[in-house]
Design a protein around this ligand. Sequence first.
Ligand code: URA
Length: 442
Amino acid sequence: MTLRDLIVRKRDGGALSVDEWAFFARGVATGKFPDYQVAALLMAAFLRGLTPAETVALTDAMLKTGRTLKLDHLKVGRVDKHSTGGVGDKVSLVLAPLVAACGVAVPMVSGRGLGHTGGTLDKLESIPGFNTRLSLAEAAKQVERIGCVMIGQSAEIAPADRKLYAMRDVTGTVAAMPLIAASIMSKKLAEGLTGLVLDVKTGIGAFLPSHDEELALAKQMVAIGEHYGCPVVVIMSNMDFPLGRECGNGNEVAESIAALKDGGPADLRELTLRLGAEMLILGGVETEIGAATGRLERALASGAALEKFRELVAAQGGDPSVCDAPERVLAQPVRRQPYRALRDGIVQCVNALVVGRGITALGGGRETMEDVVDHSVGFTLETIPGTRVKRGDVLATILAKDDDGVGVGNAVLHEAIVIGDAPVTLPPLISHRVTAAGVERL
Ligand code: URA
């Protein structure tokens, strides 16, 4: 078997066997294949797709390239949450300590920025000293000790995803349903979970172009979870416009800390509470959404969630005083430039896709695998669709490293924020719940 043969077969629309996907994933994880051949197979898979059986085979093959966290001895449920990718989506930063503070263990393996979407690891690394590269043994010990850990894929855990994720980011091969499903589920199944909550994004800023495809992705991931005996609950949430106000890296950490202090924007809070409530139920500490939400709210109001975040940051080598004075600890942009409305009217759209690409253009994401992320740049949004504005109102602040960045930011916001005259009805933030039992409209 050669990788060239597999590329040719996938290019021509054929299917690969279980053994062939295992050969591919092993070769990727061990670095045996050159990047150009891996990229070629990814592009063939992107264009031709995978059958559901191939998607399971790829997931399994990717999972088996690494080891699995062994946490069965813990007396508590082990539940994680993962999102298919959004702009301004800092939910994981709030949710991991919040849920851990409520008595459910959260062993979280996340990714970096992907395509136009931000990555939890890049955000965490804007906290000076924060180490996302713990060994499996260190990660397990930390979960035993404080109930949560936030790390990335490594040579030990989901190594094939570590490589494929980074390559897909820079080769235009992110937005493929089977590749997303295999990437997410291979990481999550390696965490040794008793339950998993997924946030599948829909809308302009989601990876897949239609709601139907996002729903198919949700069902596929639920089915993969079932196959491994891991119950999966999917919440589908809107990503037409960014979540919260802050979009970037360091500024998203600051907004997450505000949310942990029982503040933060309403949409971030609503989504965090719903996903968290599902996690508490899967983790066995609550049995219904109302009571679970109440427990989460109490953990926010009492400061327990923020204290858990402080513990997490300190445990992973970060500066815990970020919790008290984020603006002093996190890198600040050299330039902060307001972006103003050019006319009176109603904000029709704040395009999440354009804002996400704009963060990369400012230096807050990667164009190539070697790029270093600037944690200080991004946007602070001061408006949402449906808001009536006047000419000259500040709609956003550009966080840039220099004058060129300000120019880029202006062009991005000019495209992203559309002002018109028509009234706007906001889509519901949370639309569906998908489980093995079926699809529920919320
Ligand atoms: N999150 C992942 O981990 N992988 C993807 O492909 C998309 C979102």
